[in-house]
Write a protein that binds this ligand. Sequence first.
Ligand code: ADP
Ligand code: MG
Length: 455
Amino acid sequence: MENKNVNLLWESVMVDLMPMISTVSFQVWFSSVKPLKVYNNKLVLSVKLHSNKKQLDNTYRDMIVKCIRKNSDYIDDFIVVLEDEEQLPEELTAAAAAEPAPAADTESSGSTHFKASFTFDNFVVGDSNQLVYAAAKTVAEDPGKRYNPLFIYGGVGLGKTHIMHAIGNYLLSARPGLKVRYAAAETFTNDYIESIRTNKDSGLNKQFRDKYRNVDVLMLDDIQFIAGKGGTQDALFHTFNYLVENEKQIVFSSDRHPSLLNNVEDRLISRFASGITVDISPPGLEMRIAIIQRKAFGRRFHISRDCVYYLAEKIDTNVRELEGALNKVAFFCEMNKVAADSVDVIREALRDEIEEGGRALNYEDIIAACAAYFGVKSDDITGSRRSKQIVSARQMAIYLIYDILGLPLAEIGTYIGGRDHTTIGYARDKIDKMRRDDPIVERQIQDIRAKLGKA
Ligand code: ADP
Ligand code: MG
């Protein structure tokens, strides 16, 4: 279904591109390009050769973007991947994490490195997130004074990154003189490693100190990522103390409550919980309806009431999936020139998502199925224990999430306890090989897939 639409779009783009490019160049650079899918409002194209990727990325970028925009209201950019690229490109994972562009990340006051659409105004507030909203608003209005640190926790796709960017956007316009820094915990970790690598004396170098201490507000996203990283934790501990002593605001986000962070030093955990700790839970039905309405309105996409209800009932996991589903419906309607005015249209548009009589399968279902199969708990899979059963269950979950949902490795890593993409790629490859060599493993895969209704 999706493929049909993607092909349709790419065909129209090619038709528009053809007269803009010489026949020879067109033949050389465009004849083997394959449209793959749509990801975060970007068309993903695949090519075989690196030189081909370079041409599309550089020489033809503007033309392609122009033609894509001409043919779609919804897709406004593209990404080129290599056909045999083991891993999805950084752009994809970065987009998924909705992080600011890395270059802008080093900017301080006056820069706009926050995603423009992630504002307080665009944040739909309901029972599941009103505490977070209120706390974030307070912090934005009065940084460093009331709640320090603000620690936000909750599952993926529930708005943690959005609310942090909202604080940033708010401060940039309300108090442009303030230095506000947002970074993924992974960036903080990488910067720390770079800092000790390049520093001649022991300790942190100036660049690192400036970046993380010379600020009025520091926001670190997905802090669970620092689990098991002793040096980074030490650097964070000192950064924390320095900032709080100087009445600078700190905001953290995490996928779980501070007390459940494994392999994080106690002294840090007690710091995390020393201000205010608020959680975001998955939205209830009414809120899901409100979110769909708001997002549809925002992009001027007309969708009937019935369709909104249907979507809200079927997609009950998180806001990101809800948004993804709405995007797919909008794209489907645009490509097939139909209106979103009947439930059948939604069913057709989301055929891959919405199972017969059920909701879409998500990564949590796969983790739960693998945990049950290997007799461990879901928390074990995302945790750090390494007994034989747990490791088998974890690797299988990684493999199946990749195989069934086709998510980028880095994204899977965030679901499996904040592991990095190389670990995830290793586990996936291992099961992939075992599956071919060992009939028992093949059997396990079949069994679990059957339980998930994906035989
Ligand atoms: P997290 O960081 O918790 O994984 P994000 O902040 O990236 O989640 O949110 C995922 C997507 O859902 C984003 O596009 C975000 O704008 C949207 N979103 C989440 N919560 C809300 C909300 N309450 N209102 C509007 N959009 C939301
Ligand atoms: Mg996030």
